[in-house]
Write a protein that binds this ligand. Structure first.
Ligand code: ATP
Ligand code: MG
Length: 384
């Protein structure tokens, strides 16, 4: 028998006229995620059915990949049989015989209204059949050891239990954003959270080669690859800040270097966003976490760009961010100890309450536009 996975998508079903757009995109994303695994996909009345060939050795791998696809609320491995009550009873009994639970319950859903027997009656008849044909088992409607689900759709699907998916909305249904991706713990989580709402991501990373190493670069690539696993690929723009940081160090007060650098990062990101048609920048800032993340610093940073800047971690504590980083498998990569371009040039006493006029005055000593243009033009682009 073929291996079947029944996929449920909650929120996308609510999107009115856009419904088929959302579902088609979800189907495409599932198909991409299963790249290299033989499968076919069937749309069936508010569900998606993923079919793998009989005896497929890739079933566990397919399930793992499905867990990452945004827009999937939950899924179950199912057995499909004829829409014939006797066959359904037989199959349900087999499940009981295999698992030998002390208690059970049958739940049923009749999506195909042409099927003549209503759900409560299906439950009753299948339940009675199981009781008649097995010993030492009883019904427990509150906490059954085995919950048998029967769904009447294109076929009759029988399954026990379900696994949680990532939730959210299918990638690609929410426009495009540009993530400022450092090698730290926070920004990958920020990217994941925005991607979860359907936003397609590109990423930009700033390095200070040769002051930052090849290993530091590889670390960011590794993190971006984990993100790519959730959204079916990502382009990573690698931008050198070496000249800009040199120029800032030569011409501006040391305590302003962090905020000045951040304004350059934002402006460079905005240029790249224009090219890639991204409509928002995304960062991993969380209010008050470090010197550059005070409200004053965020204000001075944001005045350098016109695009909206999303900070999905703004209200989260570090422990919450770390928990999420663990869940999405970026934490272990992020804590590898390779130097970052910001920490490298970190002043001893960074300004925590920068004043915009003073920062603008310092910038007037810099060749802002040529520096930005050079950084954008000499960037390296990787497709992951
Ligand atoms: P993270 O854990 O994401 O590195 P952080 O707590 O270290 O964040 P900052 O160093 O102040 O905080 O950086 C704030 C945000 O600025 C980061 O989350 C990221 O979005 C962006 N950022 C910082 N450094 C870089 C970099 N080298 N390249 C790209 N973006 C960066
Ligand atoms: Mg950092």
């Amino acid at each position: 028998m073929e291996e079947l996975i029944l996929v449920r998508y909650g929120e996308v079903a609510l999107k009115g006229g856009n419904r088929s757009f959302f579902i088609n995109r979800l189907v495409r994303n599932i198909s991409n995620a299963l790249n290299g695994i033989e499968h076919r996909i069937i749309k069936d009345r508010g569900r998606i059915l993923v079919v793998l060939p009989e005896g497929s050795l890739k079933l566990a791998e397919a399930v793992n990949r499905l867990k990452k696809v945004f827009g999937i609320v939950s899924f179950s491995r199912v057995v499909k049989v004829e829409k014939d009550l006797h066959v359904i009873k037989q199959k349900a009994l087999e499940m009981v015989e295999k698992q030998q639970p002390d208690t059970f319950k049958v739940e049923s859903r009749r999506a195909d209204k042409a099927f003549p027997i209503k759900s409560p009656e299906i439950c009753r008849q299948v339940g009675a059949y199981i009781l008649e044909n097995s010993e030492n088992i009883r019904v427990d409607v509150h906490q059954p050891e085995l919950l048998i689900n029967i769904e009447i759709r294109e076929g009759a699907y029988i399954f026990a239990g379900q696994e949680k998916g990532s939730g959210g909305l299918p990638t690609g249904t929410g426009g495009r954003g540009l993530l400022l991706l450092s090698g730290g713990i926070d920004s990958p989580v920020a990217g994941w959270m925005v991607a979860k709402r359907g936003v397609e991501l590109e990423a930009v990373h700033f390095h200070s080669f040769p002051f930052t190493s090849e290993r530091a670069k590889q670390k960011v690539i590794d993190i971006a690859e984990v993100l790519a696993g959730y959204i079916g690929g990502i382009r990573l723009h690698m931008v050198s800040l070496t000249d800009i940081q040199g120029s800032i160090n030569r011409h501006c007060p040391a305590e302003q270097s962090t905020i000045l650098t951040r304004r350059f990062m934002m402006r460079i990101a905005e240029r790249i966003a224009e090219e890639t048609k991204a409509l928002a920048l995304v960062t991993g800032e969380s209010l008050g976490q470090v010197a550059s993340q005070t409200l004053e610093s965020i204000y001075v940073t944001d005045t350098s760009v016109g695009l909206p800047v999303f900070r999905p971690l703004l209200g989260m504590d570090k422990v919450e961010i770390i928990d999420r980083a663990r869940e999405i498998d970026t934490y272990e990569l992020s804590i590898q100890p390779y130097e970052d371009c910001c920490t490298l040039f970190l002043p001893e006493h960074p300004e925590t309450r920068p004043k915009l006029e003073k920062i603008l005055q310092s910038e007037s000593h810099l060749e802002v536009e040529p520096l930005i243009r050079q950084a954008v033009e000499t960037r390296e682009i990787l497709s992951l």
